[in-house]
Ligand binder design. Structure first.
Ligand code: A2P
Ligand code: 11C
Length: 338
């Protein structure tokens, strides 16, 4: 059986990757409709060896498709995802718009695939934030084995998380600085080339940024456990693709580093790279970029506390953090529900 699919935001960083991932994973696509704003309507995108015309989201009839993969930004999803759902299309939405609504499932297929059943509530499934997805894929086996009390995490996030304009900003600032030319800052509040910026998304009243609070809210919802404490610091770094995270976990019961390594070795979706030699760990650019797994390394017991485990977690934020996770949700949806 084939499914007719709309990809909303098909000209963006995530949308383009959705097209690639659908093709790579041989998703049973019948008709494919790439959608974007009127600015891009008429452009062409490549899918499965064919060039397909981009259509205007505003005038598209969603009764023509069974599934919509959305990544056009939260304010656009807010308007069009409910319209698509009302026309009978199941929406898998990458934006933050619906994630915290109680009746909308928020899904990482390796962690809580059972939640997909709740798509029936409103015809919408939410895809979590990239930083949350990779952290929870790595932590789920530990949670199941010994429980988790508290997570301290610092992120090192790639500019592709912001979108195409930010990729361009890092490239042009880098080129200009190396050529002794002045730079412009438009997307980020400070220079991103050769720098680290401790702000992702807007500031909240409690002094955390919204990106940090997303990791707090989403961890509780996806794990189905409001008691897990999460303390994140989210930092933008001059990397194009791949988020890295230093994750420090306090578990309910003691687990050794060797036991965690054994869990990671057999976990779905995880590649363990953990040798205590030069380069014996994963990095964004040399391992994760343009691939689908979550990579884990630097596993060690925390010397400062009794039940502590440290991990280094890396994944391609546009793939596992967005497009791949969305397509994986669609795979479970058609296998079990449609
Ligand atoms: P467009 O190319 O027409 O602007 P990114 O996150 O990489 O910046 O990509 C955002 C994606 O969302 C693009 O495909 C963009 O299309 C799309 N998009 C942005 N605003 C709208 C809108 N108002 N209606 C439809 N698509 C939109
Ligand atoms: C970033 N995590 O890296 C953001 C991008 O909530 O889907 C994704 C924002 C979101 O900038």
């Amino acid at each position: 059986k084939l499914y007719d699919i709309a990809v909303v935001g098909a000209t963006g960083a995530v949308g383009e990757t959705m097209l690639k991932v659908l093709e790579e994973r041989n998703f049973p696509v019948g008709n494919l409709y790439p959608l974007a704003s009127s600015r891009s309507a008429g452009k062409k995108v490549e899918f499965a060896g064919k060039w397909i015309e981009v259509l205007d989201l505003d005038t598209f009839d969603f009764s023509k498709v069974q599934i919509g993969l959305f990544s056009p930004g939260a304010s656009v999803s807010a308007i069009y995802a409910p319209k698509a759902a009302a026309a009978g299309c199941v929406v898998i939405d990458n934006t933050s718009q619906f994630r915290y609504d109680d009746d909308i499932p928020l899904v990482v297929p390796e962690v809580n695939p059972q939640a997909i059943a709740d798509y029936k509530n409103r015809g919408i499934i939410a895809n979590p934030n990239c930083s949350t997805i990779q952290m929870l894929v790595a932590l789920k086996p530990i949670y199941d084995a010994v429980g988790i009390k508290r997570i301290n995490v610092a992120t090192y996030q790639a500019v592709s998380g912001t979108g195409k304009e930010a990729i361009e900003e890092l490239a042009s600032q880098t080129a200009n600085l190396l050529n002794m030319k002045p730079i412009e800052t438009k997307v980020y509040p400070k220079q991103i080339a050769f720098n680290c910026i401790p702000q992702i998304d807007v500031f909240m009243e409690n002094g955390y940024t919204k990106e940090e609070m997303k990791m707090v809210w989403e961890t509780k919802k996806i794990m189905g456990d409001d008691s897990i404490l999460v303390n994140p610091t989210a930092v933008r770094v001059p990397v194009f693709f791949g988020h890295s995270e230093a994750v420090h976990v306090e578990t309910e019961r003691k687990i050794t580093a060797a036991e965690v390594k054994a869990l990671m070795e057999k976990a779905e979706g995880i590649v363990l790279i953990d040798k205590q030699v030069d380069g014996g760990y994963p990095t964004a650019v040399s391992d994760a970029a343009d691939t689908n797994p979550v990579y884990v390394g630097r596993i060690r017991e925390d010397i400062s506390t009794a039940n502590g485990i440290n991990l280094w977690v890396v994944a391609d934020n546009v793939r596992k953090g967005a497009a791949t996770n969305t397509v994986q949700i669609a795979e479970v949806l058609i296998r079990d529900y449609l």
